[in-house]
Write a new protein. Structure first.
Length: 204
């Protein structure tokens, strides 16, 4: 922000400090989030903004600069029923966060960060061809792809638990976040991570 754009009597530093104090959805503090996995910390960004209107889409890998909460919201839209319904997906996440807070008495953003860390696979397999024969080979997963995969697993778990069932999407998301944050193997996201790593271990 330039000096011309700064409101009279307000310094740019004041604006930055005000942004830092802002809360996600006007309720959840983002200033005390802790990370336990140093490899993915750089790619799990937390901001008080949950809708950047696609500004990250212009540049490759720019998605890592937007909030992990918005990335989760965008993932929830990637189904036939919810495509383009940003407000609906945002409402689902907002209500799920309230459920998570009621059940765990924790900041739901912290629960989400822990869930992503616990659902991110460290190894997976690729197919290599040797003389026309396809052979699986175990490879390490890049940190950015780890976060991408974790968000994908969480969204798939929500869809599978709530589609054509009596479980609401909000309830399903809350269950997935709490289970993944506790590294519960019964949770879809953690189960998928363990399965990928098991297959990779067999292909070493």
């Amino acid at each position: 922000m330039s000096a011309e754009d700064t409101p009279e009597g307000e310094e740019p530093e004041d604006v930055e400090e005000e942004t830092t104090r802002a809360k996600l959805f006007g309720e959840w503090d983002i200033s005390d989030i802790e990370y336990t996995d140093p490899s993915t910390e750089r790619y799990i960004n937390v901001t008080p903004i949950a809708h950047t209107m696609g500004r990250h889409a212009e540049k490759q890998f720019k998605k890592s600069d937007i909030s992990v909460v918005e990335r989760l919201i965008n993932r929830l839209m990637q189904t036939d029923e919810n495509t383009g319904k940003k407000q609906l997906a945002t409402s689902i996440v907002t209500d799920a966060f309230d459920i998570v807070h009621d059940r765990t008495d924790e900041n739901p953003i912290q629960v989400l960060v822990r869930a992503v860390e616990n659902s991110a696979p460290r190894e997976e397999t690729v197919r290599l061809k040797y003389g026309g024969i396809s052979v699986p080979k175990a490879v390490d997963v890049a940190p950015q792809r780890r976060v991408d995969q974790a968000l994908k697993f969480l969204a798939e778990g929500v869809y599978g638990s709530s589609f054509k069932t009596t479980t609401s999407a909000e309830e399903a998301l809350a269950q997935q976040l709490i289970g993944a944050a506790n590294a519960d193997v019964q949770t879809y996201a953690v189960n998928q991570k363990e399965e990928k790593e098991r297959v990779a271990a067999a292909a070493r």
